[in-house]
Design a protein around this ligand. Structure first.
Ligand code: F6R
Length: 604
């Protein structure tokens, strides 16, 4: 979704901002723009529909300044166009604003301002902010921004320049991330650390309701009401290089390839061999409380929801606590019964997905205990939750999630083991799971070695218009995630069904033109899964199986190494990530930025 970058210091600002915008390109956008404070204090802007390189081509040779803000826009109010791209200015070009989020009462504010004579130049909700700030008569820019924000309902991460206050950038956050980058006699602001980590790893993440003023050698944070807040910079865990492509042609390929390393990281320092358990420092759940949990409800969206579905099964199997997963986007709108003995777990790679955050806030308001399973440290969901665990996958740049999915499932396995060992999981079973977890990185590497064969299979199936994915119990969420991966990145229609449901409808779809991908683990359901393959074969369906041994009824089998039954789902989806990747490559898709999708969905 939209991205913000800002800089104040001594360096030439335009190249810095363009580089920052390029680092945010992965989030998905349709236009970009930049505003700087020129040498004599005037505000100058350049905007372009399209890519950051289109914007760069428009930046005049003489565009000098040392303070500026920039933006990549993902259209919500008004089509992608030069006029709708941010920054937005007031009529006198005194104020420039870049904004992520949505102003819910924008039409009401527009009508009011128009009636009072304000002429609008764009269709965006953001432009009202520029006019409101410009109209304020308050003494300081900080007061003018907070006065404008008092009229506004909705979500925002924003950065503001003002011609009359050329020594500062004022920023504010409510529901959309804002991170300050603290440098040596220079300050940065961005909606995502990716845009500033090449320059500084010292960051301050603003909380909702917080604002900040950045000057070249100083910053301060305060509430929208003006009371000072304390902000201690923390060090970003990742080097700038973690955000690079590292010799791969796409981020998706890089991120699939680094999964063994990522899983190693989520396990590191957490295993306790003596008690056959794991330590998860941030859970904030003592053993007595853990024993008192009667149900676990996992909430997430998209891929994270699928990881949560596998997580729920792991919790039921290892800890024997009833657990299920639900899309956070559905949960929050059905006035859910919030039960004090239920532990809620919010799962999100970005930690900023609006539907998940809103569900967490609703739960907290009703007094529920919420844990977060999150990748981005210090993100909104991580901060809002009562405790939780980080999945330590490292930065995931491709819009389509791969390594974060795998690490999230491993994090759930750790949580399930931890809860299990507090409850009734035996030492022997605890050891068995720990040994299984330790085998994962080596087994992932083994799977990745089969890439040439998986590529061959992808080319074989790339002409399909539609594909069916089936799995049973542990295999079903794997099938769902694999079908989501294929449709997102290749645009081939794919549908996932429990194998047990085939006879109840989807069998009608089976014919040679509708291939089936089947998840067939060697577990107690192997024969049942084989029966489903028979049913498909009998109707001339083509079958690609992912299994622990060759499947006679399948036309092709991708063999994955066997782990413990409970942990098999972690491995079985990985070849299908490569399958989706190579299918998309064969079809010439924009792999890292699939059409219509954005990396973090910070709006409803
Ligand atoms: C799919 C994908 C999305 C996200 C979903 C939630 O590849 O990446 O389905 O999983 O938008 O995002 P997070 O995990 O950031 O909450």
């Amino acid at each position: 979704m939209c991205g913000i970058v800002g800089y104040i210091g001594r360096r030439d600002v335009a190249p810095l901002l363009l580089e920052g915008l390029q680092r945010l390109e992965y989030r998905g956008y349709d236009s970009a723009g930049i505003a700087i404070t020129g040498r004599s204090g005037e505000l100058r802007t350049v905007k372009a529909k399209g890519r950051v390189r289109d914007l760069e081509a428009r930046v005049p040779k003489r565009f000098a300044g040392t303070t500026g803000i920039a933006h990549t826009r993902w259209a919500t109010h008004g089509a992608p166009s030069d006029a709708n791209a941010h920054p937005h200015l007031d009529a006198d070009s005194a104020v420039a604003v870049v904004h992520n989020g949505i102003i819910d009462n924008a039409s009401e504010l527009r009508a009011r301002l128009s009636a009072e004579g304000t002429a609008f130049t764009s269709e965006t909700d953001t432009e009202v902010l520029a006019h409101l700030i410009a109209r304020s008569q308050a003494d300081t820019l900080e007061q003018r921004v907070s006065e404008a924000l008092r009229s506004v309902e909705g979500t925002y991460g924003l950065a503001v320049l003002h011609r009359d206050f050329p020594d500062r950038i004022v920023v504010a956050r409510n529901g959309s991330p804002v991170v300050l980058g603290i440098g040596e006699k220079e300050m940065f602001v961005a909606s995502d650390v990716a845009a500033l980590v090449a320059h500084t790893r010292q960051v301050v993440t603003l909380a909702d309701g917080e604002m900040a003023t950045l000057k070249a050698d100083d910053f301060r944070t305060y509430t929208t009401e003006g009371s000072r807040t304390t902000a201690t910079p923390t060090t970003v865990e990742w080097e700038a290089e973690s955000y690079d492509m590292g010799g791969h042609d796409t981020y998706m390929h890089k991120e699939i390839a680094e999964q063994a390393e990522a899983v190693d990281r989520v396990l590191r320092g957490r295993i306790d061999d003596k008690f056959a358990t794991v330590h998860l420092g941030g859970l904030n759940l003592d053993p007595r409380e853990a024993r008192g949990v009667r149900r676990i409800k996992i909430l997430g969206c998209g891929t994270s929801y699928h990881a949560g579905q596998i997580g729920a099964q792991l919790i039921e199997e290892l800890a024997r606590i009833p657990a299920d997963a639900e899309p956070a986007s559905e949960f929050r709108y059905r006035n859910p019964v919030v039960d004090p003995d239920t532990l809620y777990v919010a799962v999100s790679q970005s930690g900023e997905t609006y539907d998940v955050l809103a569900a967490v806030q609703e739960l907290k308001r009703k007094g529920a205990r919420v844990l977060g399973v999150v990748n981005v440290v210090g993100s909104a969901i991580a901060r809002e939750a009562d405790g939780g665990t980080y999945v330590h996958a490292g930065p995931e740049v491709c819009v389509v999630s791969t390594k974060c999915f795998t690490n999230t499932v491993v994090a759930f396995a750790l949580l399930a083991l931890h809860l299990g060992r507090i409850r009734d999981l035996s030492v022997a079973d605890g050891r068995r799971i720990i040994e299984g977890l330790r085998r994962l990185p080596g087994q992932i590497d083994e799977i990745l070695k089969a890439e040439p064969e998986i590529k061959r299979l992808a080319l074989h199936f790339a002409d399909a218009k539609s594909m069916l994915f089936i799995g049973r119990v542990r295999g079903y969420p794997v099938a769902r995630e694999a079908s989501l991966k294929l449709k997102e990145v290749s645009y081939i229609h794919a549908e996932a069904y429990p194998a047990s449901e085939l006879k109840h409808g989807p069998l009608a779809l089976v014919e040679p033109a509708m291939p089936t991908v089947a998840i067939v683990p060697d577990d107690d359901l192997l024969e049942k899964n084989r029966a489903a393959l028979e049913e498909i074969k009998a109707r001339s369906g083509r079958i690609l199986a992912v299994a622990h041994q060759e499947q006679e009824k399948a036309d092709h089998t991708i063999i994955v190494p066997k782990n413990e039954d409970e942990l098999d789902p972690i491995l079985m989806g990985i070849p299908l990530q490569l399958f989706a990747y190579h299918t998309a490559l064969a079809l010439g898709r924009d792999i890292d930025k699939p059409r219509n999708l954005a990396k973090s969905v910070t709006v409803e």
